[in-house]
Each structure stands twice: as C-alpha cells, then as structure tokens.
Design a protein around this ligand. Structure first.
Ligand SMILES: [Zn+2]
Ligand SMILES: [Zn+2]
Length: 345
C-alpha cells in the first residue's frame, strides 16, 4: 500500500467549455475519461510500470514523490486541454523523447532503454521539458518569431540560428519549473547530460537531420550498454558534441560560427552551468576559433536571461519578448532581426 493515501483528486476537465470534472488517481495508469467529452490522459504510473525507479531517486516506497506524480499528471491534463485531445504515453525506439500527433490526441513517445538505464527521474525530466515548451505558451496567444529586417539580407544565413532563440528563451522558465517540482529531477537530467543530448539530437539539435539521427542511434547505444553509467556516458556526450560542433561550425562564416558557439554555451549555462567550463575547454581543444569570445557573450546572456526570469517568474508574452530582445542584442543581431508576432498560431 502506498504511504500517501490521497493519490486521488478531482480536477476540472481540461477541455475548454466542458462542464466535466475528472478524478485523477495517481496510482492508476490512465485517468477515468471525462463523462462529457471523454478526454483522458495516461499517468506517470503508466510510465513507471515499465521503468523501475533508479535506487537513488526512489522514495522509501520505491516510487517518485507524490508531488512529481501530481505535477506530471497535471501537465498532461493541461496539454490535453491545449491540444484538444487525449495524451498518451508510448515507448519508442525512434526517439529519446518526441511528441507525435495521433488520431485521438497527442502521443508522447519516450525511449524505454534510456528510461531503464537512467532511472525514472531522468525520463520524467526529459518528458516534462518537452511538454513545458508547449504548456508555457498559452494557446490563445500568437507565437513570437524572429524575422530578418529589411536591408539585412547579408545576415539571412543566420536565420536558423536566430530561430533557436525561440527555444532558448523558454529554458530559464522550464528549468525553474522542473526544479520547483523536484530538484532531484534537475540533478538527474544534469547527471546524465540531457542538455548535451538535446543539442545532439531531437527537436533542439544544432545538426542536420541525418547527423541528428546518427547521434540518436549513438546515444541510444551508449545508454543501452548494460554497464552504462553517468560517469562514462555524460563525458562521451560532451566530447561528441564538441567534435561535431567543430566539424560543422568551423567551415561556416565567422558571424554564424560565433553565434552558434555562443548559443550552445548559453544553453548549457542555463541548463547545466557546472558543465560550461568543461564544454568550453573541449571546444577550444578542437581548435575551433572564437570560443573564448563566444563564452564571454554567453556568460552575459545567461545573466541577462536569468535576470528577466527573476523579475517575471510567470512566463508571458512580455517576458518572452524581453528575453528575445535581450538575446538578440547580446548576440549583436538586433540590427539584423526583429521580434514579431507570427500570423498563424
Ligand atoms: Zn470534459
Ligand atoms: Zn528545450
């Protein structure tokens, strides 16, 4: 029997305009469907049935804390409301984590081998991260984008790098939210190098699809070794990211190379500050030029973004715009790109 008897609670159905209430029982693998609109989501218990908690992130009862269940299940419900469908969890070999639209809702695919090897907390952090990117942007608000200014055609090749700011801008809020749910989740994602993995493959990678796919296979292989542990896997992720970044960045135009390097160091500074020095050293060891200057800019960007987070701990369009403006300015790209409200939602 679970120690906590109150695994059950009644919450408002997330579907807009639906008058229903849903009973969420954290011990059950799926919520009872809303009696009006039938919406339902899988729960963290569903995930845990296939993934034993790692010994160091297990509570006395061998399960993640109640607060993690509540936050995870609550977020799945919120996303169900935003995407107007059910949210399912599904193990998949093809991703580390991925969101796939299905016929009856959103499917959150997760890599079972990674989950088994690294423990439930790591996988939970990975899933929370990808769902929070959705959840912190209210559906009724139009997304912000970065558009090339008229007369800045010479900076067009930096458009994709500028677009990455849209991802980076969410990270102070996402990391703070994950730490607020349970600092052990943050520790797990940092220990296993998830921020490094995120730059190698998946929706936040810096590399072209064929290389991102190759990286995903390689990462799955690393995590799949029976003797895999964080002490060997994480430095290997760091080394691979540095090697590939050198290979892909070195031949680029100087301004693009500097921007990409700065973005990587900033992202790591926001998500795993303890590893910035090691990554900078690894990049410098490859012979990539301009790393020290990029690191200086990155340090300033991290401080500015954290400052905006501190003054606006609730993410909204104003905070989003401020972060994007500050980042553009720190990168020296504010004369080339501007923050604009995109037409389609
Ligand atoms: Zn409903
Ligand atoms: Zn992210």
């Amino acid at each position: 029997m679970p120690v906590i008897a109150t695994a059950e609670r009644v919450v408002k159905c997330p579907t807009s305009h639906c008058p229903g209430w849903i009973t969420v029982d954290d011990d059950r693998p799926q919520t009872v469907p809303c009696r009006y609109c039938r919406v339902t989501v899988n729960t963290l218990t569903y995930l845990l049935e296939g993934v034993p908690d790692a010994p160091d992130d297990a509570g006395a009862e061998g399960r993640l804390p109640h607060a993690v269940h509540e936050a995870f299940n609550g977020l799945l419900m919120q996303v169900a409301g935003m995407t107007r469908g059910n949210v399912y969890l599904r193990p998949s070999e093809r991703v580390l984590v991925g969101l796939v639209p299905g016929t009856r809702g959103l499917i959150v695919e997760y890599n079972l081998a990674l989950a088994r090897q690294t423990g439930a907390a790591t996988m939970v952090a990975l899933i929370l991260h990808s769902l929070l990117h959705l959840a912190i942007h209210p559906r009724e608000e139009r997304p912000l984008g970065l558009t090339l200014r008229a007369g800045a055609r010479d900076k067009e090749s930096l458009q994709n790098a500028a677009n990455y700011l849209g991802i980076l801008a969410d990270h102070p809020w996402i990391e703070a939210r994950i730490a607020e749910i349970d600092p052990a989740l943050t520790a797990a994602e940092q220990t296993w190098g998830l921020p490094l993995a995120g730059m190698l493959t998946g929706t936040e990678t810096f590399f072209p699809p064929y290389m991102a796919e190759r990286n995903r296979r390689w990462i799955a292989e690393q995590f799949g070794q029976p003797e895999a542990d964080a002490e060997t896997v994480t430095p290997a992720l760091l080394a691979r990211l540095a090697t590939l970044s050198h290979r892909f960045f070195a031949g680029q135009r100087e301004d693009l190379r500097r921007t990409l390097t700065t973005l990587q160091l900033t992202d790591l500074g926001l998500r795993n500050p303890d590893r910035v020095a090691a990554y900078q050293a690894a990049l410098e060891a490859t012979g990539l030029s301009g790393v020290a200057a990029a690191a200086t800019t990155a340090t300033r960007m991290v401080a500015e973004l954290q400052e905006i987070y501190a003054t606006s701990p609730t993410f909204d369009t104003t905070a989003n715009r401020r972060v994007l403006d500050a980042a553009l300015k720190a990168l020296g790209l504010h004369t080339a790109f501007e923050v604009q409200t995109l037409k389609s939602g």
